[in-house]
Design a protein. Structure first.
Length: 84
């Protein structure tokens, strides 16, 4: 079984310079209000794509991020992951 090494690389990239509110205002990550709960959701797939591009990962590296907001993967889906 392969060993997975986890490293925190906050100084190597520009990912930490962004908040979800700033990504929304810059038009980088779309949002919507879920009809049944009236809660704001962030487009999770676009968020992952943005963060991955900013992280400039090597071929053997991956990206893990945590958020406390509701995410949706694409239009037509109400949610995929998150808490209420």
């Amino acid at each position: 079984m392969p060993f997975i090494e986890v490293k925190n690389l906050p100084q190597r990239n520009k990912v930490n310079e962004y908040s979800l509110a700033s990504l929304e205002s810059l038009g980088k990550v779309p949002t919507r209000v879920r009809k049944d709960t009236k809660k704001k959701q962030f487009h999770g797939s676009r968020l992952i794509k943005f963060l991955h591009a900013k992280a400039k990962l090597g071929p053997e590296e991956g990206l893990i991020f945590l958020t406390n907001v509701d995410l949706y993967p694409k239009d037509g889906w109400t949610f995929v992951f998150g808490c209420t």
